[in-house]
Design a protein around this ligand. Sequence first.
Ligand code: SAH
Length: 214
Amino acid sequence: MIDPKYRRERMVREQLEARGIRDQDVLRAMRTVPRHLFVQEALASQAYDDRPQPIGHGQTISQPYIVAFMTELLQVKPGMKVLEIGTGSGYQAAVLSEMGATVHTIERVRELYDAARKLLLQDLKYGRIKLRLDDGTLGWPQDAPFDRILVTAGGPEVPKPLTEQLAEGGRLLIPVGERRRNQELVLITKEKGELREERKGGVLFVDLVGQYGW
Ligand code: SAH
């Protein structure tokens, strides 16, 4: 296998910079996180390809460009408290942690939760990531509010608990639409208690399942 560091450099250059990702902190984070450790071993050689990869249980790790695009839109600053719904492989959580955020991430599939927990905390020793096995559409009320909230699965609507747990001046990003088709990335901002909604383009994510999901 070609040196992973070289493959990451190429991924950043050809898939991210070439398509307009400019945030240097996002590019640095994605140059750093060893994405090949977040995919199934048999797929490690394809980990840096320009597409999502299966991670088991019918779920996927997002395409590198989508991770970069969403992370850039979130405008994460060091020290911010970020909530992610849909830990999956743990890759997006690692990228957020490399940006200097304190990450809270929720997954509902036990096997994925267990694997991400081991990889992030034991193997890679990320110190600022908290994981939880639960329905993430309910958010994480005990640790709210959050400066940033990122949902990495597609739902029918924006879950109410999440807008309630968004801090003043906060940003929330979620794919909304139909199941596995016709989804749009929705950016919610909260200013003086008022929510504003912007559409940021078409995306395709696996289902957000749960009380405020499918
Ligand atoms: N961010 C992940 C990719 C997520 S795939 C990564 O970097 O690899 C979407 C994940 O959301 C799946 O693992 C799925 O099980 C999870 N999911 C779906 N609905 C959920 C819910 N209500 N709460 C928590 N996790 C959920």
